[in-house]
Design a protein around this ligand. Sequence first.
Ligand code: NI
Length: 220
Amino acid sequence: MLSLRILGLLGLVVITGCSVATRPDSSPKSSGTDCRTNQCVALTFDDGPGPYTNQLLDYLSAYNAKATFYLVGSRVVQNTAVVSRMAREGHEIGNHSWNHADLTTLSEQDIRAQIIRTNESIRLATRNEVYPASFRPPYGAYNKRVITGTGYNPVMWDVDTLDWYYRNPERIVKLALTAKAGDIILLHDIHPTTVQSVPEILRQLTAKGFVFVTVGELRR
Ligand code: NI
């Protein structure tokens, strides 16, 4: 069933002439932060959007913090309003596959379908504003075939908060505070405990002089 749907999608993509998985984006509006002169960190939130994502966007907005969201396409189509809000508020939106599959187990054709279907869902949710410029593989799992099939260099992370495992805001905050300038911090906004930890992460890292930028800005 799924493979039939993917084949259908590929057919559609060919018909509409959108055959390139990663055309140059569409990067989010820059916050104008220069990471050569600022202590930048990139907060990244995987696996959403979910029921706590709107609350998270409120927290980020209170600090004018920009983040990067690695979205799962099958969740995008169920939560288009919050995806549109992410784009409007200057966050970066990246691709985290269609259904969080371990892409190393798929054929190159199926990998490509996972990426295109997700990018198209994000493009539709943001009314053509965003076509993801970055990708993070589910489980951090990739090989040569994943790189070829996706057309992206995977974005990994420097600080793993282990928030999916320790559902404890204090513990998540403590690990996030180990970040150094230039680091990418891994979080998952599908867990309420993660979102609960964010105000304190923002408060304490701000107090230490950090500025919150997108992955795109960090890599510029
Ligand atoms: Ni994930």
